[in-house]
Design a protein around this ligand. Structure first.
Ligand code: TTJ
Length: 679
């Protein structure tokens, strides 16, 4: 390699000693906590990835050693070791002991570098922040070594022996004088390496954890992880969509442009979530930037153009919006460019404006080409986007017509709301209760200080005819929205939420499941912030009351019922026949089984086991409802996640869909999976 050429005067100007790094480590690696510690690994690995990206290395091995050090080795060309004519030092030593802010020093002829933001600060920074560092270069048939302490070489670079391989090995011991912690997280490092392996198709990244505590007792084997993805970012997309219902194969393309390299993988799913992840020079651009803008513009344009060309858009001026084409889209956009500019709050927004056009042009061209060649898949993608468009139109129409700006303003709290006396939302709870009779029990059983009850009449249960947008006009739902206090649409103000726990309390039967689905869908579509904020709950009323003499227990699941019976010494097998009467005379066998238990001292002559299965909340009296479902001391509630709500939304769409067949199928399959369903 003509390395001498790289050492121009210009390069030498920017060389600096490492003292400033140890004085202000945060300036170079962001922080000195565990995050900063991990940056050391990333920095060294990035160098090896650069070598692999240039096509010179295929294997990168990372070892977490037992003594707290980390080593990174590649099978690339090896950092040059020849002596710099002016500095009279080995290139290896210069790379590892001088700050080269320009980033081009020792740089490669060809490609793009993993650099920018907190990265690309240089391996010398890692050296400066390490109590010890050891470098080995396999080059020209020899092994060259140099050792350092806190960034200072202990000797000149020396040949240590023969070597047939080529490559670079760096091992470093982070300095405890610098870092708050020296504990590396296997998971964090593994995730990073996996991500880098996805982004550099075909390379192998191996991770070996040799630390004592990681070695499993029984096998005494260090743990080895290996990441290799022939499919690169297309495999990444497949991985992200693993649990989703996908539409077609992942679509993948790449192109080298004048402004840089563009690589994209995308795949639509039946989900509502958009997952578009962008990278610039292998750095995750969490704040997006121009490459993301270009991608979105191209997707919208291409899908609209295709849909129009195939007459899939009915009206002349009908268009799919950017939101429509992003629903259910999973994509990775990876660009590589010579001089990346990272901006934004966390320096993770790509600032190079030319990348908008670069990505946009490539995606327009390649995606259109793909659609032409795969008309079946293209049609399914358009269908999915049209579905999203229709849902959005319906929602907008609902907002416009039913709940216009200010329509809810000034409205008084609904009469059916039994409000609580506290006005501190953080302690207030709203129970949305199905049916007036359960509502009555809940009203009597509640703690009126902080618990409010809103009964919903059974009428809106008739969801099969309902449509979500019409639902917003329903008086029951209006009452709910007014009770929540946050408004809707343009006037939504979450700070006005009147209850920090909004609890859906429905029966454990089909109607109950319907109304729950409906409410969850409503929250998912119109109040996702409440779901995300963790304000929505589902009450968990018991399924059974189990009684024997004076003993009484509630069971919330079938498992729990079995457990209780077992504790009481009741053999469930024997119970089965009695289920019809749900009453059991204690058999001799049962008595024998209970002998060991406490109850032995006061044997009951007529101990009958009575199992009551609650079919609805209305079967519980106020006291029971309080004890089992509402009392914060003893109840359990499920907090609704976005995933739950999204699932409900999908369920709702299936139930509401015009096709009867899938709806029936859905109800049947649910019927099988939900044991406590009463049909
Ligand atoms: C420099 O130009 C001549 C050919 O080699 C180029 C180079 O620097 N290659 C290189 C560096 N390969 N691997 C590295 C490297 C690997 C690790 C693990 C750590 C560091 C600091 C560099």
């Amino acid at each position: 390699m003509a390395t001498a050429k790289q050492y121009t005067a210009e390069n030498i100007q920017v060389l600096e000693g490492l003292e400033p790094v140890r004085k202000r480590p945060g300036m170079y690696i962001g922080s000195t906590d565990q995050r900063g510690l991990h940056h050391l690994v990333y920095e060294i690995v990035d160098n090896a990835i650069d070598e692999a990206m240039g096509g010179h290395a295929s294997l990168i091995t990372v070892i977490l050693h037992d003594d707290g050090s980390v080593s990174v080795e590649d099978n690339g060309r090896g950092i040059p070791v020849d002596i710099h004519p002016k500095l009279k030092k080995s290139a290896l030593e210069i790379v590892l002991t001088t700050l080269h802010a320009g980033g081009k020093f020792g740089g490669d002829d060809s490609g793009y570098k993993v650099s920018g933001g907190l990265h690309g600060v240089g391996s010398s920074v890692v050296n400066a922040l390490s109590a010890k560092m050891h470098a080995e270069v396999y080059l020209d048939g020899k092994t060259w070594i140099q050792d350092y302490e806190r960034g200072k070489p202990l000797a000149t670079v020396k040949a240590k022996g023969e070597s047939k391989k080529t490559g670079t090995l760096i091992r470093f011991w982070p300095d405890k004088q610098i870092f708050d912690t020296l504990e590396f997280s296997l998971v964090t490092i593994m995730n990073r390496l996996r991500q880098q392996a996805y982004l550099t198709r075909g390379i192998t990244v191996a991770l070996l954890d040799e630390r004592e505590q990681r070695i499993e007792e029984d096998q005494k084997q260090p743990r080895l992880y290996r990441f290799h993805f022939e499919g690169g970012i297309a495999a990444y997309v497949s991985h992200l969509n693993e649990s989703r219902d996908v539409i077609g194969q992942p679509i993948w393309f790449e192109k080298e442009t004048d402004d840089g390299y563009v690589e994209v993988a995308l795949q639509y799913t039946q989900s509502f979530q958009e997952m578009v992840t962008t990278f610039a020079n292998n750095i995750h651009t969490t704040e997006g930037g121009h490459h993301l803008t270009g991608f979105k513009a191209a997707i919208t344009r291409t899908i609209n153009a295709y849909a129009r060309s195939q007459s899939l858009l009915k009206e002349k001026d009908e268009n799919l919006s950017a939101d429509d084409v992003r629903e259910g889209l999973t994509a990775i956009v990876s660009v590589r460019l010579k001089e990346p500019q990272f901006e934004g709050q966390t320096k993770s927004k790509l600032g190079n404006a030319e990348m908008k056009t670069a990505v946009e042009t490539v995606v327009n061209e390649k995606l259109a080409e793909y659609f032409e060649e795969h008309p079946g898949e293209a049609k399914n993608v358009v269908a999915k986007c049209l579905l999203a468009a229709r849902a959005r139109l319906a929602a907008r129409a609902a907002r416009d017509s039913v709940i216009r700006k200010g329509a809810l303003e000034g409205m008084t709290l609904p009469g059916k709301l039994a409000d609580c006396s506290s006005r501190d939302p953080s302690e207030c709870e709203l129970f949305i209760v199905e049916g007036d009779s359960a509502g009555g029990s809940a009203k009597q059983g509640r703690n009126r200080e902080f618990q409010a009850i809103l009964p919903l009449r059974g009428k809106i249960l008739n969801v099969e005819q309902a449509r979500l947008d019409r639902m917003l006009g329903n008086n029951e739902i209006k009452a709910l929205i007014i009770a929540l206090g946050v408004g809707i649409g343009e006037v939504k103000d979450l700070s006005k939420l009147r209850y920090h726990r909004v609890v859906i309390m429905t029966d454990a039967d089909v109607d109950g499941a319907h109304i729950r689905t409906l409410l969850l869908t409503l929250f998912f579509r119109y109040f996702p912030e409440l779901v995300e904020g963790g304000f929505i709950y589902i009450a968990q009323p018991p399924l059974y009351k189990i009684q024997r003499g004076k003993e009484m227990a509630y069971a919330y699941t079938d498992d729990e019922k079995s457990k209780t019976l077992k504790q009481w010494g009741v053999v469930e097998k024997d119970m089965q026949e009695q289920e019809e009467t749900e009453e059991a005379e204690e058999t001799d066998e049962m008595k024998a089984l209970t002998k060991g238990s406490k109850k032995k001292e006061e044997p009951k002559k007529t101990a009958r086991v009575n199992i009551q299965r609650y079919k609805g909340l209305g079967e519980m009296n106020p006291e029971q409802l309080w004890d089992t479902t509402m009392n914060p001391e003893s109840r359990s509630m499920m907090r609704v996640t976005m995933d739950d709500a999204e699932l409900a939304d999908a369920t709702f769409s299936t139930l509401m869909g015009s096709e009867v067949a899938p709806r029936r199928k859905f109800i049947q399959s649910r019927a099988k999976s939900v044991k406590n369903l009463d049909i």
